[in-house]
Design a binder for this molecule. Structure first.
Ligand code: COA
Length: 153
């Protein structure tokens, strides 16, 4: 039903609509265009036929994956779209392989915290007053399940 495909330039206008629907500090066209050109960035979108319904992004920094964002249109929430997007990012992270995935989430964002917990992310730290719009704290959540141990240790 939903397909997960790499983000392309042609998706950016729809992505901006999604950003404005989902976030109080939405990313801009310029920010997504920079992401498209960045060698460390990986972005996927979720499509329902021609409709863009969600996206996820990750930066690869050395052996760590930083999930930059994930969002799903309100109309399509609780249908497993974010799960499909996270499955894809985890598949990519395992492929590199990366030793951990980490992200920041608003302290009050229970749906997102619950999603990440379901995927094995655990709360590991706090960035006080991280979000500029309301000074809300960010919880740092990290998933270390994809640690690939060297066979000669
Ligand atoms: N309340 C509690 N848990 C929720 C939830 C909610 N409203 N929505 C999702 N979850 C959790 C549940 O654990 C759920 O598993 P379950 O259905 O077995 O209970 C799990 O997430 C997977 O749900 P899924 O349907 O794949 O998520 P989604 O497609 O609805 O997307 C968000 C989840 C968080 C991406 C979506 O609510 C969203 O876009 N929110 C606004 C943007 C945002 O806050 N992004 C995160 C930035 S850090």
């Amino acid at each position: 039903m939903f397909s997960i495909i790499p983000l392309k330039q042609e998706h950016v206008d729809k992505l901006i609509e999604l950003e404005n629907e989902c976030f109080s500090i939405p990313w801009t066209i310029r920010m997504f265009e920079d992401e498209l050109e960045s060698p460390i960035a990986t972005y996927y979108v979720a499509m329902l036929e021609d409709e863009l319904v969600g996206y996820v992004g990750m930066w690869q920094i050395l052996d760590e994956g930083h999930v930059t964002n994930i969002a799903v249109k309100k109309k399509y929430r609780r249908k497993g779209v974010a799960s499909l997007l996270l499955d894809k990012i985890i598949e990519v992270a395992d492929g590199y392989p990366l030793t951990m995935l980490t992200l920041e989430v608003r302290r009050s964002n229970e749906p997102a915290k619950s999603l990440y917990a379901k995927y094995g992310f655990v709360e590991e730290g706090l960035r006080i007053g991280y979000y500029a719009d309301n000074n809300e704290d960010a919880i740092i959540m990290t998933r270390r399940e994809q640690i690939h141990e060297s066979s000669d240790i």
